[in-house]
Design a protein around this ligand. Structure first.
Ligand SMILES: NC(=O)c1ccc[n+]([C@@H]2O[C@H](COP(=O)([O-])OP(=O)(O)OC[C@H]3O[C@@H](n4cnc5c(N)ncnc54)[C@H](OP(=O)(O)O)[C@@H]3O)[C@@H](O)[C@H]2O)c1
Length: 329
């Protein structure tokens, strides 16, 4: 971060054992240009996203999570365009995380540095702050891509290296390869919310914390469901509607009711803010997706206060009967 940028109101947190620090909350940009899943161009557009970007900087949040696949490159391009057009001093101090997608036709290790060059070109940067391997999917083993990740770290094309959607075994293997090359594994980005608590039970969260690997929590609002704005009468449209059908939304009512009550006890915090604060209470960094400035401002309202241990325990209990499977099963 430069000396000229105004100090953020939010204390930063360490990014694993990299020596780098990040804001305690990141802005997710999957929806930035994605037509298929999020309906970009229907109900929100580029102006809304630019306003979301500016609202994040105004609120002291400079951490954006993107990927080469989001909006087929549009998300990375938007970030570059908004940063270039912004007069906000914090626009010079962004922390950008992007991701390599291990398409099955990407066979050779050289595919990763080549993909990173594409991301850097779209982002208009010479270096990305965090480069993540998006999925551990075959055909190539984890070791192939993590070795390539070490190479781009050595070349200074990325300041830190992370993985995403890696299970405990895969995360340990990734860590071993990076450490062999002299780098820490910065982070594992996984789905983590009140509706998806698998990492609390399968040992991943604890192992990451013991090893100093930051858990970046994606879909911390369960794709908007934990805001409470979707109901059995008004379910989300499109692919989200299939993942969260009315019968499931009906079963969420007691949890959402509790979230509202707890939010009221904290001076009128919303269910979305309670959902994000729950992720913070678990020691993870939420990546909250936003389509407009109002959503960014609302989500930043999850910072600066803390759920009590009793409230976290009550939310844990109420969320047990409504646990989801993953997006990909
Ligand atoms: N590594 C991976 O495989 C992976 C997978 C998924 C996501 N991610 C990352 O994690 C980020 C966040 O996850 P996500 O976008 O899936 O879901 P999310 O953060 O749980 O939900 C985001 C959506 O909720 C709604 N929303 C957000 N804030 C709101 C507010 N304050 N009030 C009302 N509605 C609000 C918006 O959609 P509507 O307005 O349409 O409801 C928004 O697009 C992504 O953008 C991406 O960066 C990574």
């Amino acid at each position: 971060m430069s000396d000229t940028s105004p100090a953020s109101p939010w204390p930063t947190v360490p990014l694993g054992r990299t020596g780098l620090t990040i804001p305690p909350l990141g802005i997710g940009t999957w929806a930035w240009g994605d037509r298929f899943y999020w309906g970009f161009g229907r109900g929100y557009g580029e102006d809304d996203l630019q306003a979301a970007f500016e609202a994040a900087l105004d609120a002291g949040i400079t951490f954006f999570d993107t990927a080469e696949v989001y909006g087929l490159g549009r998300s990375e391009r938007f970030l570059a365009r908004f940063a270039a057009a912004s007069s906000h001093p914090r626009a010079r101090d962004l922390f950008i995380a992007t991701k390599f997608f291990p398409y099955p036709w990407r066979w050779r290790q050289a595919a990763l540095p080549r993909a990173l060059r594409g991301s850097l070109r779209r982002l208009g940067r010479e270096q990305v702050d965090l480069y993540q391997i998006h999925w551990p999917w075959p055909p190539r083993p984890v070791e192939v891509w993590v070795t390539a990740l070490a190479q781009v770290l050595r070349q200074g094309r990325a300041r830190a290296g992370g993985v995403s959607n890696y299970n405990l075994d895969q995360m340990r293997r990734a860590q071993a390869v990076l450490e062999h090359h002299g780098f820490p594994l910065a982070s594992n980005q996984v789905e983590f919310s009140l509706l998806r608590r698998e990492i609390e039970v399968n040992g991943l969260l604890q192992a990451a914390q013991e090893q100093g690997i930051t858990i970046l929590a994606y879909s911390p609002l369960a794709m908007g469901i934990l805001t409470g704005k979707y109901t059995p009468e008004h379910p989300p449209r499109g692919p989200r509607g299939r993942r969260f059908p009315p019968a499931y939304l009906e079963r969420l009512r007691p949890l959402l009711h509790l979230m509202e009550e707890i939010g009221q006890a904290h001076g009128g915090k919303t269910p979305a803010q309670v959902a994000l604060n729950w992720v913070l209470a678990k020691g993870a960094v939420p990546l909250a997706g936003a389509k407009n400035a109002a959503q960014v401002r609302s989500n930043v309202g999850a910072l600066g206060w803390r759920l009590s241990a009793d409230e976290v325990a009550a939310l844990d209990k109420a969320s047990e009967p409504v646990q989801l499977g993953g997006l990909f099963g």
